[in-house]
Each structure stands twice: as C-alpha cells, then as structure tokens.
Design a binder for this molecule. Sequence first.
Ligand SMILES: NC(=O)c1ccc[n+]([C@@H]2O[C@H](COP(=O)([O-])OP(=O)(O)OC[C@H]3O[C@@H](n4cnc5c(N)ncnc54)[C@H](OP(=O)(O)O)[C@@H]3O)[C@@H](O)[C@H]2O)c1
Length: 250
Amino acid sequence: MPSSLIPPLAGKAALVTGGSRGIGAAIVRRLAQDGAAVAFTYSASSERAAALVAEIETEGGKARAIRADSADVDAVKAAVAEAAKAFSRIDILVNNAGILIRNLVDDYDPADFDRMFAVNVRAPFIAIQAALPHMRAGGRIITTGSVTADRSGFPGASVYSMTKGAVASMTRGLTRDLGPRGITVNAVQPGPTATDMNSSEEGRALTRPLMAIGRVGEDHEVASLVAYLAGPESSFITGSALTIDGGYLA
Ligand SMILES: NC(=O)c1ccc[n+]([C@@H]2O[C@H](COP(=O)([O-])OP(=O)(O)OC[C@H]3O[C@@H](n4cnc5c(N)ncnc54)[C@H](OP(=O)(O)O)[C@@H]3O)[C@@H](O)[C@H]2O)c1
C-alpha cells in the first residue's frame, strides 16, 4: 500500500476508558477507523459495548470491551493489564470515563465527592501508572477534561469543576515526568457536547446562547481532536489542555 494510504494509527494499540457511549464511543470508533486496535472499558452498558465491538469488527477493525468500574483501583489495573496482554503493548491511552454528580455546596454528599474524584481523577492516574510499563517512546496519553476547569458556568458544578481542574494540572505534572521518555501527555477540554451526560433540553437551552457557533458539540468532533493528539502529527504537543467548545469560553 502506498504510505499515503496507510491509516495514521495502523499497527498501534489503544485503550480508551468509558468507551461504550458518548464521547468515548466516538473516540473508539475514530481510533479504529484510523487503524488502531482498540480496547475500551465500560461500567454498566454491556449491550452497547458488545454492539460497538461488533460494529468495528464488521468494518474490519479490532476491538475489545472490558468491564471495569473506574472507581475501583484494582479493576482499572486489571483492565490495563488485559488490554496490554491482548495487544502486546499500549501505544495510546485515552482516559475518558467521567461522571457528573451535581449539587449545591450546601447539600453536597461527601460520598459523592469521593466518587467524583475516584472516577474523574484517581482512575486516570492509576491507568497511566499501570499502562507505563507497556508503553514505549512515542506513546500518547490523553485525558478528557472539561471547559469547567476554566469556567464554571452554572451552580452545582463545583466538585465536577475541581476534578477537571485536577485533570489539567495532572497533565502538566506528568508531562515533566514522561517527556524525557518520549511520551506525550495532553488533555482535551470539551464544552457542552451532545451526549447522555448533557441530554436535558433545559441544560442545552441554557448553554446554547453561550456557544459562539450557536450549537453544542458532537461527540465525533471531540474524537477528531483526540485522534490528532493520538497520531504522529502531534509530536510536539505535550502538557496542553486543549479546549474544544464552539466558542463557549470565548
Ligand atoms: N458531554 C459533555 O458536555 C462533556 C463536556 C465536557 C467534558 N465531558 C467529559 O467527557 C467524558 C465523556 O463524557 P460523555 O458526555 O460522553 O458521558 P456519557 O455519555 O455519560 O458516557 C460516559 C462513559 O463513561 C463510562 N463510565 C461512566 N462511569 C464509569 C465508571 N465508573 N467506570 C467505567 N466507565 C464509566 C460510561 O460507561 P457505561 O455506559 O457502562 O455507563 C460511558 O461509556 C467525561 O470525562 C466527561 O466529564 C463531557
């Protein structure tokens, strides 16, 4: 095949956490279309996960679904080990699984606070730790943050915003650890994007006037940015939290 026709991620192995639905499923699809073998985790949506694997395999790609609750440290480690065993290594790790538990500060349950940090912050860190022994120079680590790291637009999102701020600062910190090993570490920070997490018409009506382009984002638009960061063209980008928000922060 002429080199210009070889998909950019041909021969690469990827693990995407939270890949059964929404932005994660779009990332899984896109990395597979770009030629990577893709393992992904999910916590509950077994049928959707199986359907996504079947869809990718029907199109000639390689995919594997792994049930692993990101709140469970051992499950995260086991998922990384399973992906590394299946594909012999991990070239691309996308920490995408995330949850949003909203509440005003007065009533915020400390158990919800801990769960938010376990899934949105601890799990990416543990997955990175577990993936590093399987990752060589040229490796790519990408974590899904949020524009809420930079702007809390609405009440009830203080803890979610904290977790996404932590993703951005973790990304910068890890860049210093892993740059010398030739591994890039970046975050993507989506603005309001049409997924189950952001599905209420009331919520979309509130955000629409704040979007410079007059609409919320689509999952595949975020996946395009992740694919770029996962690919060979992004070799000089590390330590960045790249915003993709239709002008929400502008
Ligand atoms: N949508 C937005 O407007 C928006 C904006 C900024 C940032 N983000 C971020 O983008 C990422 C994806 O969000 P989304 O909108 O695509 O959310 P979503 O539609 O709710 O999908 C979440 C995905 O994460 C998985 N997941 C949730 N909890 C998990 C857990 N404990 N363990 C393992 N997997 C788990 C879900 O798996 P199951 O199907 O099994 O539940 C699903 O695949 C999140 O990090 C979110 O914070 C979203």
